[in-house]
Design a binder for this molecule. Structure first.
Ligand SMILES: [Zn+2]
Length: 520
């Protein structure tokens, strides 16, 4: 009877948004009440966020800071009385970022805002001073080949000069309709022309820097503006000998205009870094052993690595501290779970979900006995979206578990069932590809894509702790409920909708990780 009523209610929720009503039953559950009380009165989130983001810093795969973070996590779990281990899954090029000092020294002196990209070669302990030169608009690759010797001894600017350093929302707030439209048309035209200019060199964004350094350039200067005030995306360098530096949209524009007008500005670049050979890569796994069904698993999941322009605070420091804090709450108030509760802090998600794909490959006994996995990896916001990832009966168990979460902790939460299986984006997809019940706790965006995702502005100050606290409570309750559920979760797949070609939709394929990366 109860089941029938529930299915009916859940049936009504099948699509669109809905809000859950707080039931008396929920607030009476002592585990949930304790979790909420502890997290409200004695949260450790600010402390662990500062230790990780400020103390250790960014966590680029293969860097000593990534290793430090793994060791720090083990120590934190030890403090909580939770056994944890670092599981080696591969190897990567070891590299450590040092200082980046970039100054314009002629026609006047100005320190420039910028930094070397990850894995950039160093300037070997000294500053290199040279003129800048811009990739010209030439007829074809033959003409480019003839021009190429001009780069010898120069810093080569390979990015377009942005026509505006103001984000679109700022234009839309203050600009006239006509000027906003004109700006957008001009920018599109300019962007297309720049893409053509680069294509005509006969090289790609990846191969061009290598051709330039071979021709004697002393460094590559670029600007990957993230379309927000102060924000640039910082990825990896393609050069092998000379540094690749990214400069703010303001300072890049300054250099570009001076260079274009024939003034021949000079910049001084010092980029320090260390090559550390081949280093092992890990996942950190912590475990609260199950008492009744120790060979069935509930997993909390968040990637541990980051890009290194900022400190990886929202990608994925926040997911990391959510799961770590949830484990602390579970250990404290639910120390003898029915099923084993694991947390996976994955390595090298940013280079292709490598840590989680390796875990799926290396632990079939866990993946095939997975009750549920909850991953969080899209910023600092409250969780507002959960889908069934294409599992036909996910509405039933996720709906039941979510019904135990007090309304305050699922404000604005929408669910979609059965949803579509995620083919990538974050580590839950590694599990979904294996047919295991992996779910994404998807959060409110807080301008994630523009301001923090892979940018130099992804730092502690962008963390919204109220939302992160909310998510730690939510993750802990979901893990508790998944562990307690008398039934095993169904992983029966729904029939996927036809794709654009009218063919039957295919479940995402399981993929192997890169086990040896960053090495030629
Ligand atoms: Zn991420």
């Amino acid at each position: 009877m109860k089941k029938t009523t529930r299915s009916l209610i859940v049936g009504l929720m099948l699509s669109g948004s809905f809000s859950f009503a707080q039931t008396k039953e929920t607030s009476k559950d002592p585990v949930i009440a304790n979790i909420i009380k502890e997290e409200t009165e004695n949260s450790q989130l600010e402390k662990i966020a500062s230790e990780l983001m400020d103390g250790i810093g960014p966590r680029l795969v293969g860097s000593p800071q990534m290793q430090q973070a793994h060791d720090w996590a083990i120590a934190k779990y030890k403090e909580m009385g939770i056994p944890a281990r670092n599981e080696k899954w591969g190897e990567w090029r070891g590299w450590e970022r040092g200082v980046s000092h970039i100054d314009m020294v002629s026609p006047r002196v100005k320190s420039l805002e910028g930094m070397q990209l990850a894995w950039s070669p160093s300037t070997k302990g000294q500053a290199v001073i040279a003129e800048t030169i811009i990739i010209p608009d030439l007829a074809d690759s033959l003409a480019f080949k003839k021009w190429l010797p001009n780069v010898k001894g120069k810093f080569v600017m390979i990015s377009m000069n942005q026509p505006t350093g103001r984000p679109d929302y700022n234009w839309e707030e203050f600009g006239t309709k006509e000027s906003v439209e004109k700006m957008k048309v001009d920018r599109n035209t300019q962007t297309e022309a720049w893409t053509k200019r680069i294509n005509k060199t006969g090289y790609t964004a990846r191969t061009l820097p290598v051709a330039l350094e071979k021709a004697g350039a002393v460094g590559i200067v670029m600007c990957y503006w993230s379309k927000g005030f102060g924000a640039n995306k910082i990825f990896g360098a393609n050069t092998k000998i000379v540094p690749t530096i990214d400069i703010s949209v303001e300072d890049y524009g300054l250099l570009y205009r001076l260079t274009e007008s024939g003034i021949k500005p000079k910049i001084s670049v010092r980029a320090d870094s260390k090559e550390l050979g081949v280093v092992p890569t890990f996942n950190t796994i912590a475990e609260i052993k199950g008492t009744e069904k120790p060979n069935e698993y509930v997993m909390l999941s968040a990637h541990f690595d980051s890009w290194d322009g900022g400190t990886g605070a929202t990608d994925n420091g926040t997911g990391t501290i959510v799961m770590m804090e949830a484990m602390r709450l579970l250990k404290k108030f639910y120390p003898n779970p029915k099923r084993t509760i694991l947390v996976g802090h994955w390595g090298s998600e940013e280079q292709g979900l490598n840590g989680s794909r390796a875990f799926v490959e290396d632990h079939p006994e866990i993946v095939s006995n997975l009750q549920a996995l909850f991953n969080q990896d899209n910023g600092t916001g409250r969780v507002v979206n959960i889908t069934g990832q294409g599992y036909l009966h996910a509405y039933d168990y996720l709906g039941r578990w979510l019904s135990k979460v007090p309304a305050e902790y699922k404000k604005g939460l929408e669910t979609r069932f059965p949803g579509a299986p995620g083919g990538g984006g974050s580590d839950f997809a590694s599990f979904v590809a294996a047919g295991a019940p992996g779910f994404s706790l998807s959060s409110l965006n807080w301008s994630y894509g523009t301001y923090t995702w892979h940018t130099n502005r992804d730092t502690y100050d962008k963390i919204v702790f109220d939302d992160v606290r909310n998510n730690a409570i939510l993750a802990a309750i979901l893990a508790y409920q998944a562990s307690e559920d008398p039934a095993r979760t169904s992983t029966e797949k729904s029939v996927l909708p036809l794709n654009e070609k009218g063919e039957a939709g295919a479940w995402p394929a399981k993929r192997s990780p890169t086990r040896k990366g960053g090495l030629d």
